[in-house]
Ligand binder design. Sequence first.
Ligand code: S3P
Length: 451
Amino acid sequence: MGQPQDTRYLIAPGGTLRGRVRVPGDKSISHRSIMLAAIAEGETRIAGFLEGADALATLAAFRRLGVPIEGPDRGQVRVQGVGMRGLRAPDGPLDMGNSGTSMRLLAGLLAGQPFPVTLVGDRSLSRRPMRRVTDPLGSMGARIGTTAGGTAPLELEPVARLSGIDYRMPVASAQVKSSLLLAGLYAEGETCVTEPAPTRDHTERMLTAFGYSVRRQASRVCLTGGGRLTGCRLQIPADISSAAFFLVGASIAPGSDLLLEGVGVNPTRVGVINLLRGMGGDIELIDRRTAGGEPIADIRVRHARLHGIRIPVDQVPLAIDELPVLFVAAACAEGETTLTGAEELRVKESDRIQVMADGLAHLGVRTETRPDGIRITGGELGATGEGSVEGAGGGAIDAHGDHRIAMAFAIAGLRAKGPIEIRDCANVETSFPGFAELAAGVGLGIREMRR
Ligand code: S3P
């Protein structure tokens, strides 16, 4: 992965997004495909795998745990599953890079293994809260050491056994839910997780695809440990979180008309579509179908006059990764947009409330932050006349190494009045390799500069 500051985007103001585009495979589903295939019996063939640094960190970790994996080769991966008890001790710490999903889900999956493992991450990941998984895993009998502040490195000690728990999550987190369900595969008895609001359910769907029984009743999901998974074929949909940049870009750029192909439209992920529609967006789902137990569709999006909204709290977990780019939509919409109940945004790859507010201020957009959200006064970028460059509405933005912040501000360029320079963009590689090229191909005036 690149060093901080070594990749910058230069964005020419204005433009229109037109044509067809297929964004890379879903990050959440790519991680899970490797994890479940690794501990399944028999071969799993995966198509559409995301070849981004985060999912590759998961793949590399399982190779080091003794799982034979071929690929990725243009999204194709072939995994020879070693079965529930077939993982081997790695020869050193497993590096999860920037990936919270890798670290939290692996903490669960590895908590019940008969060997010690250490999980490490980069600077950003080493600041993120891990007690949300290590505490409930501890209640199951796991022994996981963290720093005094509850952060990585995570040191997993082997334990004689794990026991199932019935856990009510204090935060709506798919990573916590998934971590506990994966530990539950190795636990005695039943493991149940109750979520305070619906979160992405890819783990549950994929366990079912591998033949493992998962029971859901309203907000509670349960499984019984000691079963087995059977290798299968998986087709990974295009990532709606990556498509989101184009959904917003085409919505805000006059004259735009874009078709996004084969995008995952799992109901637990479509907050960005719901919210853009609520703002007046023109979004059409075409040819709905399913792939690998996940609903997909082509999405047509055209420019529309957006208006500000009060973001319903129940949409927050369904749009959690798309909120930064939705802030850009809000900045270009008429009237105010308010977000509450989104304190989780502060503990993502960066503090996404603060970093977005700072960047928007550089673009001359008025915002007011609060611990759990933000109020954005929409209109034209540069409306406050206080942007960081002459002819406000352009300027230099610091992405703080956060992939989604970098891409959100690249999209803002479509409505900026001056050029924008975005610094510290190397981590776009974690979720969206080839973003600049793909975006340029449909009309974004983006140049990527590497040092
Ligand atoms: C993810 C869940 C979300 C999301 C992350 C991926 C997953 O995190 O932000 O990018 O794959 O389970 P939380 O569950 O912590 O909200």
